[in-house]
Design a protein around this ligand. Structure first.
Ligand code: PMP
Length: 440
């Protein structure tokens, strides 16, 4: 039993925490009770610098009054109304606002409630579209090793995290490209690595294996975050795009973390100059305040479904698709992004960010550092007796000393709010460097 002050009031027992070793956490809980700007406050009163924008989502920083006010107004005006065979203006307004900044011009918007739902929605749109245009044999979906696409059955099937898949059945026919991480050729790179564009040709191999006429779509994260910050080699996504086009395969970008300014442009699509057919998004869509996701579709995909032969456009949707309160939060978020120039701000600070983080090179046990936009991955050498322990120790140490980071395996991931200032960057590097030294 922990003697933590909240241990008995409230009890920590009932909440079955997601993606958490519940017993370990509840024996020594870390609780956040408030947040403002770049900082959280822990339940013992300590200030904790948010190095992860919550979970890659609080891009405009915490405690934004404009969002709170918009949510309150919306709750008092129209708390809920359906969007099945009914509508309400704010959902149309939010979709129109999103269409103005649509990734790669994909300006048809389908609302969901999370990243996982956006992924599964995008996969279903791809399957339905292929069928609507007379390509109904295309039922196979291609993902990538070390990809993370949320936890729906579609997402885990195309995802490349074995532990998330192991005990669950998969969608039939899902297959995977190899991942692009190659530390032997690309270590300590700022931005996109030089080597590895040819790995996109894996799609050609899967086409040869299965037949193009069986493949509906290929989904990748432009930059993988949750699996340890894997940045696409120069030319890789361009090559994947060309192969998808050649074989009639739809290309889906999962921009759940890269969307809304993370790289220095509104979307990775814009930043990297490669246009997919569908984009899945969530997180920064509402600055993490109200759960919401959105799928952006090209007009070709949208119109292909509208004009389909079966008399129904898409048998899919959620009670809360376009929830008015989420839309209000989203519009207020877009206002902040626009007024403060946040969707391109990462571009202005990413050189300083990369320099500060890459300065950690040379610390004991640091075997790679990868940065792009306002993202960083720092890979530590795994202890053979305890893989993942070193990075976990860094995470706990950082939290105790006032910095929130993420860990996955022995990789530390950082993705601070886009409002970050020089002083915060220096503070992150300092706390992290000391923690890495201690863990080594
Ligand atoms: N896709 C990617 C690339 C993600 O990073 C995440 C969440 N980290 C998801 C999908 C799933 O999003 P959610 O947790 O909102 O379902």
């Amino acid at each position: 039993m922990s003697d933590h002050p909240l241990r008995n009031s409230p009890s920590l027992d009932a909440f079955w925490m997601p993606f958490t070793a519940n017993r370990q956490f509840k024996a020594a809980p870390r609780l956040l009770v408030s947040a403002e700007g770049m900082h959280y406050t822990a339940d013992d009163g300590r200030t904790v610098l948010d190095g992860t924008a919550g979970l890659w989502c609080v891009n405009a920083g915490h405690g934004r009054r404009g969002i709170a006010a918009a949510v309150e107004r919306q709750l008092a005006t129209l708390d809920f109304a359906p969007t099945f065979q009914m509508g309400h203006p704010i959902a149309f307004e939010f979709a129109e606002r999103l269409a103005e900044i649509a990734p790669g011009g994909l300006d048809r918007v389908f609302f969901t409630n999370s990243g996982s739902e956006s992924v599964d929605t995008a996969l279903k749109i791809a399957l339905a579209y292929q069928r609507a245009i007379g390509q109904g044999t295309r039922t196979r979906l291609i993902g990538r090793e070390r990809g993370y696409h949320g936890v729906g059955f579609g997402g885990i099937s195309v995802g490349g995290i074995v532990s998330n898949r192991r005990v669950f059945p998969q969608l039939p026919g899902a297959d995977h490209l190899r991942h692009t991480h190659d530390p032997a050729r690309n270590a300590f790179v700022k931005g996109q690595p030089e080597y590895g564009a040819e790995l996109a040709d894996d799609l050609e191999r899967l086409v040869a294996l299965h037949g193009a006429e069986t493949i509906a779509a290929c989904i990748v994260e432009p930059v993988s975050g949750s699996t340890g910050v894997l940045i696409p080699p120069k030319g890789y996504l361009e090559r994947l795009r060309a192969l998808c086009t050649k074989h009639g395969i739809l290309l889906i970008f999962d921009e759940v973390i890269t969307g809304f300014g993370r790289l220095g442009a509104p979307f990775a699509t814009d930043f990297l100059g490669v246009r997919p057919d569908l984009v899945a998004s969530a997180k920064g869509l509402t600055n993490g305040t109200v759960p919401m996701g959105a799928v952006f579709a090209s007009r070709a995909v949208h119109d292909g479904l509208m004009n389909g032969p079966e008399g129904i456009e898409l048998f899919h949707g959620y009670t809360y698709s376009g929830h008015p309160v989420a839309c209000a939060a989203g519009i207020a978020t877009l206002d902040i992004y626009r007024e403060e120039g946040l969707l391109t701000r990462a571009a202005a600070v990413s050189d300083d960010w990369a320099s500060a983080i890459h300065d950690l090179r040379g610390r004991k046990a640091v075997i790679d550092i990868r940065t792009i936009g306002l993202i960083a991955g720092i890979e530590l050498e795994s202890r053979p007796d305890a893989p993942g322990k070193r990075a976990y120790d860094v995470f706990v140490d950082c939290f105790q000393r006032g910095l929130l980071v993420r860990v996955t395996g022995d990789i530390i991931a950082l993705s601070p709010p886009l409002i970050i200032e020089q002083g915060h960057i220096a503070e992150i590097a300092e706390i992290l460097g000391a923690a890495i030294d201690r863990a080594a």
